[in-house]
Design a protein around this ligand. Structure first.
Ligand SMILES: Cc1cc2nc3c(=O)[nH]c(=O)nc-3n(C[C@H](O)[C@H](O)[C@H](O)COP(=O)(O)O)c2cc1C
Ligand code: SF4
Length: 407
């Protein structure tokens, strides 16, 4: 859970350290550390963390804030199409030209990475993984979800050359990074956060409700069934087979992208202010994610599978999580938004204490809306620390303006 709140040079700030202190206090067994760019121009926002030779000591200190018993993962990423490394605005680097998403970027045409640039990026991922090991992390996650570059390669069916086309080509980026890490840091665990399936980009339809932007057959959704709104995990299973062969033991399940299909990625009752109204009951989104997680866990018993996307379950999250683990549908359940509003939830549940209902995430989406308006993220409604900051007023003004625009 990143916060759009690091220092300008990619180091953790006091806000990042506060968040990680709360992760420590959660008593969660695994802390899956936030998206961290492997180089400055791969940041999704000017305040995203960057791991490199200059910042590695700060990451060592960050890891040290967690309990030694907590297994730690650091998520390594290049934001690709969603790179916005400076205040000057978007600076997308993409895997391929996209007929729908290119038009959504303010800066116009996509800058498609060359094969040589990708080769260089692969080496940077490997180098940063070695640094993560040095900083004391148990795992690195080579991020392959949410529309960022590692995910986009998986749907690069039209890209010519070694990094696109058939599945062997489309997985070459991920595979080369993992093989390199295995060679250079054999004792470092490698995890992958994977969007198991994807849909066609959605847009605002009648009554503000989300609709797919195209009704044509849609081949650019990895794990999709070609309709743009359906799931077919055949290729997902092949990718997971490959990951197992490469020695990857830990996978976190996700779906789609918060940029173009947020309702399948983070089901919410109140969507982000700049988005569309959910086209389905958010429970359907949660159930879809659980069904896909169940399918991969049963087909890949050697993988440790973390389920996610369940904050909408609110009070029932612990019960459902327990049921999923009991039934072998997932090995663990990850908390996203809930960990921002109620970091002590895992500790309370494990101790058998009653839940503190005031802190339960109600999927108000302020933690997504805030960064969409250039503000730091955080749980403004339920975490007093954010509620009392002046950014809350800016957020309220942004939401009001967005609401009037939607009318
Ligand atoms: C504020 C915020 C920050 C996030 N940061 C990350 C991130 O750094 N890496 C990542 O893989 N997902 C990130 N996500 C997505 C969540 O990990 C998660 O997939 C999503 O919120 C759905 O799970 P939930 O229902 O438990 O919130 C973020 C989501 C939010 C709302
Ligand atoms: S702002 Fe708080 S309550 Fe709203 S979705 Fe985020 S974590 Fe949940």
């Amino acid at each position: 859970m990143e916060g759009w709140d690091g220092e300008d040079d990619g180091r953790p700030s006091d806000l990042v350290r506060r968040r990680w202190d709360r992760f420590a206090a959660s008593e969660a067994g695994v802390v899956w550390g936030e998206a961290t760019a492997v180089r400055p121009d791969g940041r999704a926002n000017p305040r995203q963390l960057v791991l490199d030779d200059n910042t590695v000591d700060d990451f060592t200190a960050l890891r040290a804030r967690l309990d030694p018993s907590q297994v730690t993962v650091l998520q390594l990423t290049h934001s690709g199409r969603y790179a916005r490394p400076t205040a000057a605005g978007p600076a997308p680097k993409t895997a391929y030209e996209h007929p729908l998403l290119d038009a959504r970027v303010e800066s116009g045409a996509a800058d498609v990475l060359t094969d040589d640039e990708i080769d260089e990026l692969v080496e940077q991922f490997i180098d940063r993984a070695v640094l993560a090991r040095q900083a004391g992390f148990d795992f690195v996650d080579i991020k392959a979800c949410h529309g960022y570059l590692g995910h986009e390669f998986l749907s690069a069916v039209h890209r010519p050359g070694p990094y696109g086309g058939d599945l062997a080509g489309r997985t070459r980026f991920l595979r080369s990074i993992i093989e390199g890490i295995r060679r250079q840091a054999p004792d470092l665990g490698v995890a992958v956060r994977l969007s198991l399936f994807d849909f066609a980009p959605h847009t605002v339809g009648e009554g503000g409700v989300g609709i797919p932007e195209t009704s044509d057959p849609y081949r650019l959704a990895f794990g999709g069934d070609g309709s743009g709104v359906g799931v077919d995990l055949r290729e997902t299973h092949q990718v997971l087979d490959m990951l197992e062969d490469l020695g990857v033991g830990l996978v976190c399940a996700s779906a789609g992208s918060p940029y173009y299909v947020p309702h399948i990625q983070r089901p919410a009752y109140f969507p982000p202010s700049d988005g569309y109204q959910p086209p389905e009951d958010p429970l359907v989104g949660v159930a879809r994610l659980i069904a896909a997680t169940a399918e991969i866990a049963s087909r890949h018993p050697n993988l440790t599978v973390v389920g996610a996307g369940m904050s909408y379950l609110q009070e029932w999250l612990p019960n459902v999580g327990q049921a999923l683990v009991d039934r072998g549908i997932a090995d663990a359940v990850g908390l996203g938004r809930m960990i921002l509003s109620y970091p002590q939830m895992p500790a309370d549940v494990m101790a058998g204490r009653e839940l503190d209902r005031r802190l339960i995430c109600r999927t108000f989406s302020d933690c997504t809306t805030a960064p969409r308006s250039g503000l730091i993220s955080g749980c403004y409604p339920l975490d007093d620390f954010y509620n009392q900051r002046e950014e809350r007023l800016q957020l309220a003004a942004f939401k009001k303006e967005a609401k009037s625009r939607m009318r």
